[in-house]
Design a protein. Structure first.
Length: 287
């Protein structure tokens, strides 16, 4: 997926139209070389973004027509400036200029059609979320320091969920949000539950996770919100007939952010406590 700057098309259209309306008569190189150079650069820039498809031939025609007059390299253009702008060196309204005008007309027509057929859509804003942040970095909704402690899989799922929310695919977003939360749950579970009861990677039963974490002193606030999510959001989404709405998935997004932050906070607290206990156990006895 590539973000498109629509203003580039507007600028390109202005430049191309100016060439498509070149009048008959003398065409001064000194006065118009920059216009030609910039138009060719604009055509090249659009082409480099792979934004054009069936209008590529007409774009190439215009590019070549300009290059027949203006050197492709700016250094070469400057080196030959005196010769090209000397008296009598101005381009006459002959074949070269006529080809630029006709190529510009051809490209203008094809560009108009291309823009009409482009897969361009307006994305409605979802709540107070920035559309750009949803599409590019949805895991930034997790504040620091928790964001730095996110498992890579959780980051990936949160970013995928953001794209799904932005592009109106709420049920898929719910799956990714719950997967991201589960990545954090599993790490916390591994920390507080004895090794003989480690989570099987294929086990996806939140009820079992929560029950065992409660039995081993898991954080009450974190487990309370997880229990609510399991009952209201996680279990229903596994049924084929369940479809999320934009409203419901945005609520779930907020819950997942809260749950993830609570779990990671509890993990930090527990790790600090364990580090302190280890240091005390290893501290040499006073003679």
């Amino acid at each position: 997926m590539q973000r498109v700057n629509e203003f580039l098309f507007y600028e390109l259209a202005l430049k191309v139209h100016a060439l498509a309306t070149i009048p008959d008569g003398d065409y001064s190189y000194r006065e118009h070389w920059l216009e030609l150079f910039q138009t060719r650069s604009a055509v090249t820039d659009i082409g480099s973004q792979r934004s054009l498809h069936f209008s590529v031939p007409s774009a190439s025609r215009l590019h070549n027509a300009i290059s027949a007059i203006v050197p492709a390299n700016l250094d070469e253009l400057l080196e030959t400036w005196d010769a090209r702008t000397a008296a009598g060196a101005d381009i006459q309204a002959g074949f070269l200029v006529s080809e630029i005008r006709e190529a510009a007309k051809d490209f203008e027509t094809s560009l108009r059609t291309e823009c009409q057929l482009m897969d361009t859509y307006f994305i409605s804003k979802k709540g107070t979320y920035s559309t750009k942040d949803l599409v590019d970095n949805a895991h930034f909704q997790i504040p620091e320091p928790s964001r730095s402690e996110l498992p890579e899989q959780a980051k990936l799922d949160l970013d995928q969920a953001g794209k799904c929310i932005a592009f109106d695919v709420p049920t898929a977003a719910a799956f990714h949000l719950l997967r991201a939360t589960e990545s954090v749950i599993r790490d916390y579970y591994q920390l507080i539950v004895p090794g003989t009861k480690q989570a099987n990677p294929k086990m996806r039963n939140w009820g079992v996770y929560i029950k065992l974490m409660k039995a081993h002193g898991g954080d009450k606030a974190a487990l309370s919100i997880l229990d609510h999510m399991r009952d209201v959001y996680r279990n229903p989404v596994t049924h084929p007939e369940e479809n999320y709405t934009d409203e419901k998935v945005q609520v779930l997004f907020g819950l997942c952010v809260s749950a993830i932050c609570l779990i990671l906070g509890a993990t930090r607290t527990l790790n600090t406590h364990l580090a302190t206990m280890t240091a005390m156990l290893n501290f040499p006895a006073t003679p």
